[in-house]
Design a protein around this ligand. Sequence first.
Ligand code: ATP
Ligand code: MG
Length: 527
Amino acid sequence: MSRFDQFALSKEILKGIQDIGFEEASPIQAECIPAVLRGEDVIGQAQTGTGKTAAFGIPVLERIDTSHQAVQAMILAPTRELAIQVSEEMRRIGRPKRVKTLPIYGGQAIGRQIKALQQGVHVVIGTPGRLLDHLRRGTIDTSSVEIMVLDEADEMLDMGFIDDIEAVFQYLPKQRQLLLFSATMPTTIRQLAQKYMRKPKYITVNRGEVTVPVIKQVYYRVLENHKIDALCRILDSEEVDLSIVFCRTKKGVDELTDALQARGYLAGGLHGDLAQQQRDRVMNAFRQGEVELLVATDVAARGIDVGSVSHVINFDIPQDVESYVHRIGRTGRAGRKGFALTLVTPREMKQLRTIEQETGVKLRARELPSLEEVAAKQQQSWMGQIEEIVKSDADLSLFEEMIEQMNEKLSAEKVAAAAMYLAFSERFVKNIDATYHFGETGASPGMVRFFINVGRNANLNPQELAKAIAEHAGIGLRQVGKINIYDRFSFVEVPEDVAPFVYEALRQSKINGARVNMEPARPRNKG
Ligand SMILES: Nc1ncnc2c1ncn2[C@@H]1O[C@H](COP(=O)(O)OP(=O)(O)OP(=O)(O)O)[C@@H](O)[C@H]1O
Ligand SMILES: [Mg+2]
């Protein structure tokens, strides 16, 4: 680590760095800052979460001449969320120097962006399509642009973006400095980069390891249609702060978000088909911790920096090794600990091996926690929360008085149990199976009892549920035995011999719009 004041930085920029809380430069920063200040073209590669943004951001800000009201640097990022984030970090560091930064991205009214540009902006941070749009309309004057940065360069020079990027280059002055940054730099990208760069200086600080060693990487072998259940067990048994759950498709994101919300998790979906307002809302809620699970496509795989992400979960295994590296890099940032968990179906084991080979990291196989373990863990956590309150200096006197009053009729144990019910029963719904697996299931002889989470707003009556189940399972209506519908969870009993059909039907069906989430309770007198 090196001190920032050893570089040729003005006191305004040093102040900005101090204000944002950076004490020492990370290795990539220590190497890039002087090279960029000297005007060199740089290809910077360092692992995820190691401060590449400031590695280009600080020297770019230093180079800005604020007495000149013109765009002097342009930064390209592959996603809107990343453009906003980079802009924000640079705005904060550049504040004492009064550098004006502006994020420019699709999905936002272009008129507003044009107005903002007219007010005078020094650094534009944009997604390629929208930036190009402005260049074509002539609403960004590029004649003073001296520095161009491609954050997530390999992604930007990849097929999907290359045409836009080349078109953007057409608008730049001949004499300009080009900087490329990413945690992954496949050799093909290096060749391509050479085309646009003058004597590029390669700065690589990861010593051959593409993933961050502080991220613990494991995988779970699961069957495709057990994935949601597997995910819930994992979420309920791990110490999760915030987590990002990656899916392969937008549809997958929507479905998983719904399923998780129906089970009471604070989940929010993010993908490219959502309205920008919705994307902003979800991202902000996630940064605030109001959404605990961000369910996303690879749109969230690159660059996104949310410090308290403790877990990255690959609900669907990534399609290529770069995606794996960047996805899991959303945790374990700036030296924090992180966990990367990947669900792998038997068919995907080959893909897992490819990822292991290319990253040089062997993922440890882990067994899914059993329902008993999940329940035990949940109970531990509840008891822990209560203990914490008792030990804290929280004022309990009002409640103590109430207990004393009730104690005339009820034992303190009963009162405490009821209070815990009030506090935690809400959470049962997540693990309804777990709570019932625990003791006696209470099924009638010869019958299997299924516990079903019908969701909060389901409008079900027993006859309808019985009919739907019979229909979906292809069994007679009379075979559907005892049914009970509670506010948010219910059970149904069926004879053992048709249980497998009912199991399949329940697992796959939607009844009255409610997503059915179930697992057969173990029948009495069996294993
Ligand atoms: N010198 C520093 N001291 C302390 N924290 C830092 C320093 N530099 C960067 N950080 C913080 O580390 C985190 C990760 O930084 P950043 O987002 O720039 O990583 P990155 O290398 O670009 O990662 P990725 O490859 O995922 O985009 C951020 O929260 C940032 O504020
Ligand atoms: Mg980055």
